[in-house]
Design a protein around this ligand. Structure first.
Ligand SMILES: C[S@@+](CC[C@H](N)C(=O)[O-])C[C@H]1O[C@@H](n2cnc3c(N)ncnc32)[C@H](O)[C@@H]1O
Length: 201
């Protein structure tokens, strides 16, 4: 089944496949979202006609490429935040190589700090950084999200995995906190390590 869906999902750029393949042999980057999650980000951006997107956790730009390719038609902009200067620079090279640079502003630093310096409100916020900051980032993000906007978290199904003992506790707390939050509608998806989509009322 997974191999079949893999065949069906076409990445818009060959560079994306190269990034995923290179992750298998590099040990200086953490894994990108998969193709299914990438396709969903692209689809939701198109569906909601998102013009302003924030991403926390750029790495070398795999997910940013999906978002930028979708936002291009609306002449939108992505603020993407990465703690590592080296990875952010590599992401910038990747995005520029695909002529998507005009749609992306790169910010280097911790999401918890950079988010305070961004003055826009957003249509979509994608959070894929370190689980320990997710609760904090959720509160900050919801205040920067338009009504009808989406916050999307990656890795929310860590609690169902055996391998991530520390993260699973933090993720479980986040999931339960959001479940009780009446400001948002929630949708959990078993894609990759788990996605949670929150729709601000
Ligand atoms: C899973 S990777 C992101 C993958 C990327 N979203 C993709 O799918 O291509 C997580 C990234 O978040 C960065 N990171 C971790 N904690 C962070 C924080 N507090 N603020 C900003 N970036 C952070 C890490 O350096 C790492 O590159």
């Amino acid at each position: 089944m997974n191999e079949y869906i893999d065949e069906l999902i076409c990445e818009p750029f060959a560079l994306q496949k190269f990034i995923r393949e290179s992750e298998k042999v590099r040990n200086d980057i953490c894994p990108s979202i998969g193709k299914e999650a990438g396709q969903l980000l692209y689809f939701l951006t198109k569906l909601t006609k998102a013009k302003n997107i924030m991403e926390i956790g750029t790495s070398i730009g795999y997910s940013t490429i999906w978002l930028a390719y979708a936002i291009k038609d609306f002449n939108g902009k992505i603020d993407t935040i990465e703690a590592s200067e080296r990875l952010s620079s590599e992401a910038k090279l990747n995005i520029n190589a695909l002529d998507l640079g005009e749609y992306v502003d790169f910010h280097v630093g911790f999401g918890e700090e950079i988010i305070n310096t961004l003055k826009k409100t957003y249509d979509l916020i994608f959070i894929d950084s370190s689980t320990k900051s997710y609760k904090f980032l959720y509160e900050k993000s919801i205040n920067k999200l338009k009504s009808g906007g989406l916050i999307i978290f990656e890795d929310v199904l860590f609690p169902s995995l055996e391998k991530r003992q520390i993260q699973k506790v933090m993720m479980d707390e986040l999931n339960k906190m959001i479940l009780e939050d009446n400001r948002v509608e929630k949708c959990f998806l078993n894609i990759g390590d788990g996605l949670l989509i929150c729709l601000k009322k």
